[in-house]
Design a protein around this ligand. Structure first.
Ligand code: FAD
Length: 597
């Protein structure tokens, strides 16, 4: 047991030593004031919120869950107070558009805050990130009038946001949604339909909830090309900005689910609710992709956050729990047994958790830097390059970090043995809370398909070329570090495997379209491993430099070296079977008939 501790030292090492955040931000006029000192002061404060405000109501929120009575949702005890404190601190506006009350801070900062909030209390964090995603979409695609009406109060945290895509019969395949938008006499739309699984669809944290809803006009083209995006407030807003009539958004029920129990997952019925078009008619899906790239990154951060929390609980336990003796002879001769940390297999579990969590955090930061460069960089070519790179990285970061996150939670549970299965220790809640991150925002299988199909085969490997250029640049600039030689050779080898896998699938897909889906999951995993290897090499390069410069405690730096060494020797070899799996192709998958299942 024990509360969540913000991993500020690890985060700051990545930001300052590995990614040289201050230098990156100094090169862009809109972020040039984002110094290391400012970043670290903001993260310190966010860490306090995670530790002191969110972590204490994590377990109680899980036990109590949300309530649904008389058509209204109330959050568990303490959530409203914590939300008010979050608003008081000005956190909802952190990355917002400065023209409407936002602070214009980079994604890199909010990514690390999200990781800490998810680690401390995933249910709470979901209420906040949905609003951030909605404001981003409004800011980029809505009319000036909508921006002025909605953004300031959303940035102030007085109004919240949601994303309403899923319907009972339509999840992954949004092209078949039934929700309708009928033009009305006021020049807006009457939106009617049922949405399910809507996170934060109703709650008691804010005065109003601004739903972003996908619907189709009656004469819209079939499939995804006929989807439009509408802003549908729970309460209409009067001309003077005050709240007006109820807009016919009726909460049908809340779901009873495996985890994130303090997050309200709602069925929403839109009953001729007034909707305001965002962006072009029939352009809804592409407008929403703005939000989805950010939301998907957030899910990877949920995986990382819960993995970190599980690591903290499990490593603390392993130092205290006395069972068995060390293989080389007793360590604690005055005790009946040694701490389980002496056992190689317990170390395997803990180091797997630690090595993957650090690499996952680094990959999330690397992706967030690309989002910031795509948004703020003065050079258009740089913005385009970063935008393309992030579109390749996001499906891998989402799927690979959530898979590793869930794995870490289960490993943490295993370290605690039977106690890991018992609610009071917190590990079983982490397992339940982490599981959804592999499913929502596009199930991980769909992320893998997006990577393999749209981002790789259809671009003929062009996006991969951008990533390889980054890796080659790093390898070239690090060749002088003798201690990295073996690791860099392994990275080059993996890049070769990835290239081989890419060419194989591109060729096979020309003859059989099932080859794309058949290769997609192991391909995503191979890419994930390669990216984690790239991240570890970057971290190890910075550790060596810090050692040379006597910058940081020897013990801490050696700890990082140890985790990196474990990753390279014990996790990376898993790549070998992945290439074989990719090359095995579609035959054995598609040969089995429906009756044989
Ligand atoms: C707790 C929770 C919160 C959620 N929050 C929201 C929210 O705020 N807003 C919202 O709109 N939705 C939300 N969702 C919905 C969520 O995004 C969907 O559940 C998810 O996208 C998957 O859709 P589905 O459940 O309909 O599964 P399906 O689409 O039926 O998919 C089932 C399985 O088939 C696979 N599959 C489907 N199509 C293909 C294909 N073409 N190729 C290969 N495999 C395929 C999938 O990978 C998956 O494994 C939430 C869901 C939950 C459980």
């Amino acid at each position: 047991m024990g509360g969540y501790r913000a991993p500020l030292r690890d985060i700051n090492f990545l930001l300052q030593n590995v990614f040289e955040a201050e230098k990156v931000f100094a090169a862009m006029p809109e972020t040039k004031e984002v110094t290391d000192d400012l970043i670290s002061a903001i993260l310190d404060e966010a860490g306090k919120i995670a530790e002191q405000l969110l972590s204490p109501i994590n377990q109680s929120g899980d036990l109590e869950s949300c309530h649904f009575e008389n058509g209204k949702v109330t959050t568990p005890k303490g959530f409203k107070e914590a939300y008010d404190a979050y608003v008081e601190g000005g956190w909802p506006s952190l990355t917002g558009n400065v023209n409407y009350g936002g602070q214009g801070m980079p994604k890199v900062l909010s990514a690390m805050i999200e990781e800490m909030f998810f680690g401390a209390n995933s249910s709470f964090c979901l209420y906040t990130i949905l609003t951030t995603g909605a404001t981003l979409t409004i800011s980029q695609h809505a009319s000036e009038e909508l921006k002025q009406t909605y953004l300031p109060n959303m940035y102030a945290g007085i109004w919240a946001g949601t994303m309403c895509l899923t319907e009972p019969h339509a999840g992954t395949d949004l092209g078949i949604i039934n929700s309708k938008a009928i033009p009305n006499s006021e020049g807006n739309y009457d939106v009617t339909g049922t949405k399910i699984f809507i996170t934060a669809g109703d709650h008691d944290l804010t005065d109003n909830i601004i739903h972003l809803v996908l619907a189709k006009l009656p004469d819209a083209p079939p499939g995804p090309r006929g989807i439009s995006l509408f802003l549908v407030p729970k309460f209409l807003v009067n001309d003077d900005g005050s709240l007006g009539d109820d807009n016919g958004v009726v909460t049908g029920s809340i779901e009873h689910k495996m985890g994130i129990k303090a997050s309200a997952t709602c069925v929403l019925n839109f009953e001729k609710s007034k909707g305001f078009l965002i962006g072009e008619l029939n352009g809804g899906l592409s407008n929403l992709f703005t939000m989805m790239n950010y939301e998907r990154l957030s899910m990877g951060l949920q995986g990382n956050g819960l993995a970190e929390s599980s690591y903290q609980l499990a490593s603390g336990y392993a130092k205290e729990r006395l069972q068995g003796r060390a293989a080389k002879g007793p360590k604690l001769t005055d005790k009946a047994a040694d701490p389980i940390l002496v056992h190689a297999d317990v170390r395997r579990m803990l180091l797997t958790m630690r090595a993957n969590t650090i690499a996952g955090r680094a990959l999330s930061l690397y992706s967030s830097f690309q989002l910031d460069i795509a948004r703020f960089h003065p050079d258009e070519a740089e913005r385009i390059r970063a935008g393309q790179l992030v579109s390749l990285l996001v499906p891998v970061q989402k799927a690979y970090c959530t898979d590793r996150g869930f794995e870490s939670c289960v490993l943490g549970q295993q370290v605690l043995g039977g106690h890991g299965y018992i609610a009071e220790w917190g590990l079983e809640q982490n397992v339940r809370d982490a599981r959804i991150s592999q499913i929502y925002e596009g199930a991980n299988g769909i992320q893998a398909l997006d990577l393999m199909g749209r981002k790789t085969v259809r671009s003929n490997g062009e996006l991969l070329g951008i990533l390889f250029k980054e890796m080659e640049g790093f390898i070239e600039s690090s060749k002088h570090i003798e201690a990295l030689a073996e690791g860099l050779t392994k990275l080059e080898f993996l890049m070769g495997e990835l290239k081989q896998a890419t060419n194989t699938v591109i060729e096979k897909a020309k003859k059989d379209p099932d080859e794309i889906g058949a290769a997609s999951y192991p391909y995503m995993e191979l890419m994930g491993l390669t990216l984690f290897c790239f991240m570890w090499q970057r971290i190890l390069a910075s550790v060596h430099l810090a050692k040379v410069n006597n910058d940081g405690s020897e013990d801490y730096l050696n700890g990082l070296l140890g985790s990196g060494d474990f990753f390279m020797n014990r996790i990376l070899p898993k790549s070998k079977t992945l290439l074989e799996e990719i090359e095995a192709g579609a035959k054995s998958l598609m040969a089995v008939t429906a009756d044989q299942f």
